[in-house]
Design a protein around this ligand. Sequence first.
Ligand code: ATP
Ligand code: MG
Length: 225
Amino acid sequence: MIDMADDDTLTIALSKGRIFEQAMPLLEAAGIRALDDPERSRKLILDTNDERVKLVIIRASDVPTYVQYGAADVGVAGKDVLLEHGGEGLYEPLDLRIARCRLMVAGRPDANPDADLHSQGRRRLRIATKYVRCAERHFAAKGKQVEIIKLYGSMELAPLVGLADLIVDLVESGSTLKANGLVPLEHICDISSRLVVNKASWKMKHTRVTGLLGALREALDGRAA
Ligand code: ATP
Ligand code: MG
């Protein structure tokens, strides 16, 4: 593992796709430009215009883990991913207000998230989701016992083929739900990407990290909210 204490490189973890596309303009405003395009290059470590700054390109859900273990000093991760990870070992000092969407319960138009199937002698409501922790917490807060089925993608299919009564998924415009005959039923929380910092890097590289934070804050202030 990289020994952060002796090393003056700042490593930033982020995923390709929407987070890379939306985070790069902010990083550029903070003076960090990638020398490669992760959609074209197979490189997992990208150099930047600043030789002391590297980008590591990983799966969105792996970003908190890389930062937590010190393989990256900072990262850009969706609040959904952070809620599922738990955020141990991480500070979350800045909302980047990018990759915004909502975590929602959705289902067929006739589905009822408050149906009390159990008291009718039927099985518990089944919820298909990639967001197991968030889904558990949401239904527990409503005092509902549900059965969670963990999926890794294409959650919209589950209610259509009878795998689940409801799904918990991210919704942006609602068009994916609509295309599959589903409707949003309950809003769980708003999601956006956050800057996360490893607690050790926060101490050992305080000047670098707070410099980056300040520059990103300024870039965000320059944008309409
Ligand atoms: P992978 O593709 O590796 O399985 P992923 O699907 O979570 O992971 P992305 O689709 O790039 O990866 O999503 C990354 C982050 O962007 C999510 O964690 C979430 O915070 C946000 N996001 C996901 N879907 C949307 C959406 N439809 N609109 C806006 N933001 C979204
Ligand atoms: Mg995706």
